[in-house]
Write a protein that binds this ligand. Structure first.
Ligand SMILES: [Zn+2]
Length: 97
């Protein structure tokens, strides 16, 4: 069975009913969007609103919050680096209740 390449409206050439290149690009876009949605979804589970903070701060804050939830002493967590994160240190007392 021989197949012939055809020109799709998007300008690509290929086989089948629709352009696989565009389908792949669309899938990549969807995946990216899903990742973004998934990332935004994670904020609803936080005990404090971390949305205004950059991703690395958010991730670190969550580690600390998780550690706190596990009854760990925050002073033992990440040692010196933690002291530079005033945001984390100052937020924690409000959520130790
Ligand atoms: Zn295409």
């Amino acid at each position: 069975m021989s197949r012939r390449k055809k020109n799709f409206p998007c300008g690509h050439k290929g086989y089948g009913q629709r352009c696989h290149r565009c389908a792949q690009e669309q899938m990549a876009r969807n995946e990216k969007q899903q990742q973004k949605n998934a990332w935004e979804e994670t904020f609803s589970k936080d005990t404090i609103d971390l949305r205004p903070f950059p991703k690395n701060v958010v991730l670190k804050a969550r580690q600390i919050l998780t550690a706190l939830a596990n009854q760990q002493d925050y002073r033992h967590f990440h040692g010196k680096r933690l002291r530079h994160d005033r945001f984390v240190i100052t937020q924690i007392p409000h959520f130790k209740k």
